[in-house]
Ligand binder design. Sequence first.
Ligand code: HEC
Length: 359
Amino acid sequence: MTDQPGRPPEERLSAPRPSSAPVPGARFSAPPSTHRNDLTPERAAKIVRQSASARWVGFLAVTVVALFVIGYYFYELGLPGGMTKPRMQAAAEEQQVIDVERGYNIYQANCAQCHGIQGEGGKGPVLNRQDKLFAHLNPDYIRNMLQVGGRYACGTATSIMPIWSNTGTPPGPLNYKQVNDLIAFLRASKAETFTVRDASKFEPVIPTPGATAQTFTGWVDPAYQPAAGATPYPACWQAEFTSGGSTATPAPSAGASGAPASQAPSGAMVNETALNIAFGTGELKAPADTAFTVNFDNQDAGIPHNIAIKDASGATIFTGDLITGPKQIAYSVKALAAGEYTFICSVHPNMTGTLKVGN
Ligand code: HEC
């Protein structure tokens, strides 16, 4: 409309201009307060109120931070008087419990068949005795046993205990974590109760619905102290059962211990065998007041056995030398008074029998 082609440019736009006459009416002007430089009482009061709230906010902020720091301090280092444990210690203990519970499963799956469910011994030596656990079965020793296998204990090349660690030669089935868990279990305290957990899901094992979870305790008695002047447990556990080795029980009175087993057999003969960690017969008969010979045939390959005789009071009156099967030995036993005696294998105290001397 305004720009129609075909016309001279001066005719194209016809924008009317507003008149330049001043517009009548009141001019807009700011209120007088705007132009003042000094504070009005209201304004001053407002500033005071605002700064008071700002201080209040600041105070609250400092309080919150201070409370957090104090709270965190006790969370990290524990409440005074042992009310709570330091955080890192609590975490380490929780981890320790997990290790022990995993170690329990590894032990039951791999070791219990030879060392017993409770470590009471069997094909392998006892593991749960306090005098052994005190210093002999220390973490390094156990680690070496698992790394090297049974020969680490006494140098028996034919030991039936295999190599367990996967860094052994040849590699065994357990990795370093499983070895650590096993050690945690073997060294766990008797005073603590642990939960039996499912090996794969690691959930507590509940025998029947509604029953409480199964538990176990460690073996190590934290309060155990060896008797003053006691000989430390020998480096090779077999030495415990051979003459000259240290014994857990006091040595029998002089002259009562076993005669050398190499003596020629003489007089009455008694035969006994050992197979599968058990004596062949549980009852032996010998004449009274005459020396006799016990022909002992250990048929358990790789497992040491002997025969030790105890009198009615439980004192050991004869200890035969250990032999690792398959092997035979003839023990010469000095004359015994008529009566009933008990004979056991020193290594496997659950192998017992009765020796009837006399009629
Ligand atoms: C096949 C049977 C067998 C199995 C399985 C076995 N051991 Fe042994 N263990 C033995 C025998 C036997 C010895 C004694 C070593 C020797 O021959 O002198 C022994 C010795 C030991 C010793 C040293 C004991 C001492 O008094 O010095 C430790 C520790 C040990 N075993 C731990 C374990 C652990 C842990 C496991 C499970 C991973 C295990 N064993 C599995 C048979 C076994």
